[in-house]
Ligand binder design. Structure first.
Ligand code: GLN
Length: 239
């Protein structure tokens, strides 16, 4: 029996809106359906990071939630950057996506410092970018989700866009990019929850985690027919 696949869920209390917790559930359940044990470890403010981590997941939150976690997250910066360099797969959504970059300038003029795992910066704009999103990613098909953010994110040269916006605003509403990726770290504005609606990305993260431990793996396909139906409905919703 191998050790369980260990998923760290960052700040489940403060950074967890629009169903982002579903990302953790989707990863754990898709592992279990394939016969792997999955262990979810909540990492809240002040908690030690478990010594061996296979996946790191974090969600979105209000600016006030970001305020609460900023200093704790900064204290983990060295560890998180080392883990990212070591190829640990990570998914961060919206509020934590912003704080995984270099900085977030809020609409009231404060600067929340980020951990710089992703090469990007965010500045709040005058209006919020809200609505359903369809974004075209080459590798994972259309990413379907929901966005609600004031932040406009600009990628630096070390981050690649995760997808190109078809419907919606994405990173900033102007350059048509959505999300970012660098090494095995993925950031996005998409709630939904994202991974239950986008199983190709969920399985990519799972594959990366398993490969780091066991070498190349062939993931058994799952029956995603209900998910496919949900994706079709979601993709057809008005903005
Ligand atoms: N507070 C951030 C913003 O409005 C993030 C919002 C979110 O996580 N949905 O840009």
């Amino acid at each position: 029996m191998t050790d369980p696949v260990r998923i760290a869920h960052l700040y489940a209390r403060e950074m967890n809106i629009y169903g982002d917790h579903g990302n953790v559930l989707a990863l754990a359940q898709r592992l279990r359906w394939r016969g792997y044990e999955a262990e979810v470890v909540e990492v809240n403010r002040g908690d030690a990071l478990p010594d061996r981590l296979d996946l790191v997941v974090g969600g979105g939150g209000q600016d006030s939630g970001q305020d609460l976690v900023e200093s704790d997250l900064l204290s983990r910066g060295t560890d998180l950057r080392a883990m990212a360099d070591d190829g640990v797969p990570m998914l961060v959504v919206c509020g934590l996506y912003q704080l995984f970059g270099h900085a977030f300038r809020t609409s009231d003029g404060r600067v929340l410092r980020g951990v710089g795992v992703l090469d990007l910066e965010t500045t709040a704009g005058s209006g919020r970018l809200i609505g359903n999103v369809v974004a075209h990613s080459g590798a994972f098909g259309d990413l379907i989700g929901y966005e609600n953010h004031s932040g406009r994110t600009t990628l630096g040269t070390d981050a690649q866009p995760l997808a190109r916006v078809g419907r919606g605003m994405g990173n900033n509403g102007t350059d048509h990019t959505e999300g970012a990726r660098s090494r095995n770290v993925f950031g996005t504005y998409l709630h939904g929850a994202l991974l239950p609606k986008n199983p190709a990305l969920a399985d990519h993260l799972i594959g990366l985690a398993l490969e780091r431990r066991h070498g190349a793996v062939q993931l058994r396909p799952l029956d995603d027919r209900v998910t496919e139906q949900a994706r079709r409905v979601a993709a057809g919703r008005p903005r």
